[in-house]
Design a protein around this ligand. Structure first.
Ligand code: FEO
Length: 406
């Protein structure tokens, strides 16, 4: 890969990670990129570095443009190790005049690298800094998704360097949104939001309102992962505006695990009830779907129906793990219901209901459990459950109040 020019004297100099398949529990099936950007001006500026192990890619790209020792400023938009792991070695090589970061970024850098001697320059929100012909300004984006996170805006070129926000885990030889398959791009952008930002949706909503109020002209959004939005930055901003309010798509998601296929039979009965009401649905067996892909569907679904048999007075481990993961991300505005087969104790349905209540889902059915293997009458009860959820979705679509039954 060669450096790529975004606009005059502004370059992508990052690294492509074709190998990674796990990002702290998030499956990155298409790899990722660690984007860094170089601005050539009177003050030569590098925005972000890359993960440890990718330093030579970064330095090679920089050297193709300029002697790295000529870099004056290093901007650290975000301290997480995928963007800063190479920083100690990069600092040795470039020895910049300033390391520019937010107040929380300064604290995080000290806690990560224990280097009091680096030339930190803490910027305040809204502060501007001239590089010569070009000007940077800094926008604090605390908790999107770390306390230190900030955006850097290049005024004359109207480029927003947005750190993790608006990114995707997508390795590709292409650097821009208009060069890649749009379905793949939006799937990976959705998955990224679902697994990294869902929890911070109220802050995303405020940030989008603030950026709109500032009337910042944005020609390009350059995140730290994936492609640069140059053709249609409005597309990803519109998507974030939808995702941050957890707007449902009217569909139902039946997420389940099964031991001897009894719970799976129930899932199919529920699906038949949803069909009766004309509701689109998806059956998601946790044995063959990774939790981070499931969260992608959860983000957009209007109803979540959970199914699990009882094991050792609790849940099967995959459902327990998924529930913990989903609860951490706190999706909202969901209609919910639970089901499962059991042998003798049967706690699973109650546990799933409790979990969904804690997430403030609207439970429209008290839950359905069947001992051992369902027969025809049990499957009819499953159809009824599916119809109840389907009717609640229809009522919600028609603007009627949907009330919880438990
Ligand atoms: Fe891409 Fe939060 O690091």
């Amino acid at each position: 890969m060669q450096p790529v020019e975004l606009s005059k004297n502004v370059y992508w100099v990052g690294a492509i990670d074709w190998l990674t398949r796990d990002f702290h529990g998030y499956s990155t099936n298409r790899g990722t990129t660690y984007n860094a950007f170089l601005i050539i001006d009177e003050k030569v500026t590098l925005i972000d570095t890359v993960k440890a192990g990718y330093r030579s890619d970064l330095m090679h790209h920089i050297r193709n443009i300029i002697d790295p020792k000529k870099i004056d400023y290093l901007v650290v938009n975000h301290v997480e190790m995928d963007h800063s792991g190479s920083m100690p070695a990069v600092m040795e090589e470039i020895q910049p005049e300033k390391v520019i970061c937010s107040k929380m970024g300064h604290k995080a850098l000290l806690k990560h690298f224990h280097r009091e001697d680096w030339p930190y320059h803490v910027v305040s929100p809204g502060e501007e800094m001239s590089l010569g012909e070009k000007t940077l300004s800094f926008l604090e984006t605390r908790m999107l998704h770390w306390p230190d996170s900030m955006f850097t805006y290049l005024k004359e070129d109207e480029i927003l360097f947005s750190s993790d926000a608006f990114g995707e885990h997508l390795a590709s030889s292409e650097r821009f949104d208009d060069e890649v398959n749009q379905d793949v791009l939006m799937y990976e952008a959705t998955k990224y939001y679902a697994n990294i930002l869902t929890l911070y949706s109220p802050l995303v909503k405020k940030l989008i309102a603030k950026v709109a109020e500032m009337e910042l002209p944005i020609k390009m959004i350059a995140p730290d992962h994936g492609v640069i939005w140059r053709d249609n930055p409005g597309k990803i901003i519109d998507a974030y505006s939808r995702w941050c309010v957890h707007e449902g798509n009217g569909k139902a998601l039946v997420i389940y695990d099964t031991m001897w296929h009894s719970t799976e039979m129930m899932a199919k009965g529920i699906a038949a009830g949803l069909e009766d009401k004309g509701i689109s649905y998806k059956l998601v067996n946790l044995q063959v779907n990774h939790r981070s892909d499931v969260m992608c569907d959860v983000l957009e679904a209007s109803a979540i129906i959970l199914g699990c048999p009882t094991l050792n007075n609790g849940l099967l481990p995959r459902m327990a793990g998924f529930l913990m993961y989903m609860r951490g991300l706190r999706p909202t505005n969901k209609i919910g219901a639970a089901f499962g087969s059991y042998g003798w104790s049967g706690e699973a349905v109650k546990l799933m209901n409790t979990s969904m209540n804690e997430m403030k889902f609207t439970l429209v059915h008290k839950g359905l459990k069947v001992q051992y293997v369902p027969e025809h009458t049990h499957l009819k009860e499953c159809v009824d459950l599916g119809q109840s959820v389907g009717q609640a979705l229809i009522d919600q679509r028609d603007g009627k109040e949907v009330e919880a039954v438990i």
